[in-house]
Design a protein around this ligand. Structure first.
Ligand code: ADP
Length: 469
């Protein structure tokens, strides 16, 4: 299998040209044979009419075949290559002098064809000098007597001419093939030049200048679509690269503050003599900050796994969304009690989706925990599961601190936390990003409606499996 396009082009041009020449040679060979035989046949017909004209009767009783002075030159010498025989009632009446053996059988084999209208038989045979002959045998009745005239012609020269022409042709073929090979090489080279331009443009782009694009209009028409595809791929790569870069910067920034707290706590502890209680308090503080960092690192790990396809849609199975919501509400119960927030859940019917049960439970739990976390003591959280057309809708509403309009646009960004959240609650700023990634992996959507004065509602929409489990 030829892998290079240039190689394939060359091979195909070469094969098709060789086949073309072979077919041409074949056709030429037949045409030449036809033309040569046709001209020989015309000559033979003229001779036949001539010899036929020699058959006559002087007295109206006896039939003769008179030799003619015009034919002396043609039929006299054995190497003339022209022969004739005349049979009367099956008996030899006359024969050309060129036939030493007047009884030589000019038609030994089977006739090649028969022309019924002209009553002529056509033969190919071997002459008295071992030369190839073309023969016509004609039967007619003269004065109630059956007469047969046979005329023959040496065709060795005609055959030689054909062979010479074919040989010339065969000699030209390799020269033509080499010539065609060279032309094909040039065609392949010129045709592939746009591809070289394209790859040169592509080579200029690396991870350092991912914002650059391949100039679509400067490409050959056939490559423009490919250039557009590459550009959109570059666009996505660029965005992913930027997101990675930002994430790394944000992660470093986020981890810097708790690390500075730990370092300060250690410095203070080591600077002067302290009581056991003071040390214990410092260690408690360090543990809290470390827990926060651990939460952020775990969140980051989950996000990275989700980004690299942890949730493979092809491995999804029908699962009960009702169970997911029920489990999430149950798991959040202790936090709700701790924060003095009431939870109610309203699950309308058994709804099932294609997905991963643990991830969807985690997503709903995240929303319910946020609704509790960002709520007021004595507040309320409602979890609802409903069917809307062929979609499942999970709504988590709270009577909490609410979210300003500017914050609503950013809360799904990684590490983003509102000022109010930063000052009052622990958190990583990754929870909603994880929820969004899980929902999107399930071909669903997440939306937020909230007031800055208080109260928020998060809605997850997921495509339903028609069959319930
Ligand atoms: P975390 O809760 O760890 O800070 P999230 O990604 O879960 O991180 O949330 C991002 C931000 O969105 C929170 O810091 C908070 O400002 C805001 N937020 C999320 N849920 C609510 C809610 N139910 N009510 C008010 N604000 C919320």
């Amino acid at each position: 299998m030829v892998r290079s396009i240039k190689g394939r082009l060359l091979l195909w041009i070469f094969i098709s040209m060789t086949a073309l020449f072979a077919a041409l040679g074949y056709a030429l060979h037949f045409k030449l044979h036809y033309v040569v035989e046709d001209s020989v046949d015309k000559m033979l017909h003229a001779s036949l009419q001539f010899v036929k004209g020699l058959v006559h009767s002087h007295d109206g009783k006896n039939i003769e075949c008179e030799s003619n002075e015009f034919m002396q030159g043609d039929y006299i010498t054995p190497d003339s290559g022209h022969y004739y025989q005349v049979f009367l009632n099956g008996e030899l009446l006359a024969a050309a002098d060129s036939l030493f053996d007047k009884n030589f059988n000019l038609t030994p084999g089977k006739a090649e064809s028969y022309n019924a209208k002209a009553q002529e038989w056509l033969y190919h045979s071997i002459g008295p000098n071992d030369e190839p002959l073309r023969v016509i045998q004609h039967d007619f009745v003269y004065m109630d007597t059956p007469v047969r005239v046979i005329v023959a012609e040496n065709i060795s020269e005609s055959l030689l001419l054909i062979h010479q022409l074919i040989n010339y042709f065969l000699l030209i073929v390799p020269v033509m093939i080499v010539l065609i090979g060279m032309i094909s090489l040039v065609i392949a080279e010129v045709s592939l030049r746009p591809v070289q331009h394209f790859s040169a443009a592509l080579e200029k782009i690396s991870h350092k200048n991912l914002e650059e694009r391949i100039p679509v209009n400067k490409q050959a028409r056939e490559l423009r679509r490919l250039a557009e595809k590459f550009n959109s791929l570059l666009e996505r790569l660029h965005r992913a690269f930027e997101a990675e870069k930002n994430l790394l910067g944000d992660a470093a920034h986020e981890l810097k503050t708790p690390l500075a707290v730990i370092k300060a706590e250690c410095d203070i502890a080591l600077q002067r003599e302290r009581t056991a209680e003071q040390h214990a308090a410092s260690l408690k503080n360090v543990r809290e900050v470390t827990n926060g960092m651990l939460g952020q690192i775990n969140g980051l790990l989950t996000l990275t796994r989700l980004d690299s396809g942890l949730l493979d849609a092809s491995a999804f199975e029908p699962i009960s969304l009702t169970d997911c919501v029920e489990d999430a509400a149950l798991l959040a119960k202790s936090l709700a009690t701790k924060k003095n927030v009431a939870i109610s859940s309203s699950l309308n019917g058994e709804l099932s989706v294609l997905g991963d049960q643990d991830s969807l439970t985690e997503a709903v739990l995240n929303l319910v925990e946020n609704a509790i976390k960002y709520n007021h003591p004595g507040g309320f959280v409602a979890v609802e599961l409903n069917r809307r057309d062929n979609k499942a809708e999970i709504k988590v509403s709270d009577t909490g601190i609410g979210i300003s309009e500017q914050d609503q646009e950013r809360i799904f960004d990684r590490f983003y936390r509102s000022d109010a959240a930063r000052s009052s609650q622990d958190g990583s700023g990754l929870g909603l990003s994880i929820v969004q990634a899980i929902v999107q992996a399930h071909h669903g959507e997440i939306a937020v409606e909230a007031q800055s004065t208080g109260g928020s509602r998060f809605t997850i929409t997921l495509p339903l499996v028609t069959k319930t489990v």
